[in-house]
Write a protein of this length. Structure first.
Lengths: 134, 134
DNA sequence: TTTAAGTCTATAAACAATATAGACATTGAG
DNA sequence: CTCAATGTCTATATTGTTTATAGACTTAAA
């Protein structure tokens, strides 16, 4: 499970919104500056997060973005699955995104990557955005 | 730590050589056929493994490839680090391949990925080629 | 009506993954 | 000595992904 820059940005942006949860929405520009994320790229990331129901947007002047649910209800696993796809190292060890890959030819080898998938999954399912507000 | 096709091929090919350890070297063509790996791609993979000292080659007629050391002495971690680079999900959580990335801005977030790196590393350091001979 | 926001879609630049091609070098067998 | 089988080396092709950037459009508040 290699994280792209996009996922790093998404996590930072969501933690930023978590700090404002219950308050006024945050403007893309402000989130961009505070976390050093390219503004136009962040726009796309927020649109994706919105499509998946993790954030809400408010258009027009005084608009901005806010979390769509409490920080306690959004896990790292959910966000990373959204942006990256499978948590597993190989497609054939993935549950949500299973696909056939060559390593299936060796059952024991595949088993190692399933075990890794499981521990990674547990770690990420167990952490929510609320755990990362300073 | 997302595995490329190349790593899957490398692991399958090495396990194949492990089965022949102590016997005659295996020809690229045979390893290719047995594991369904494109021959010309496998050539490149073996050259890389040879450069890193995991396999030896014998040229000319009756040539082929063999493990350069006992299967017990080659770990999955070594091979994956060779082919993929860092085991860590993010560069800033990597020890051997550290680099600065945005997620460092949030120490707690970074810590999660360091923990994941550690468990993945332990799993892969703890398994050698000998564990995968049927 | 103006202005400050978010929306949507296209595209570009750079890089990585996954091979394929072909000329070359080495070795053993006959 | 020559031929065939094998590994070596380097270049290139193809495709996809990542990481953005651009610009025209829509919405809402003042």
């Amino acid at each position: 499970m290699r994280l792209s820059r996009k996922s790093e940005y998404a996590l930072l942006a969501l933690v930023d919104l978590s700090r404002q949860y219950g308050k006024e929405p945050s403007k893309i520009m402000d989130v961009s500056k505070r976390n050093d994320i390219p503004k136009k790229y962040l726009e796309q990331i927020f649109l994706q997060l919105k499509g998946a129901g993790y954030v809400r947007s408010f258009r027009g002047a005084n608009g901005g973005y806010a979390l769509a649910k409490p920080p306690e209800e959004i896990t790292l696993a959910q966000i990373i699955r959204l942006i990256e796809g499978p948590l597993a190292s190989v497609g054939s060890a993935s549950i949500y995104y299973f696909e056939h890959t060559p390593i299936e030819q060796n059952k024991k080898l595949l088993q190692v990557f399933k075990e890794i998938r499981n521990v990674v999954s547990e770690k990420l399912e167990g952490k929510t955005l609320s755990d990362f507000i300073d």
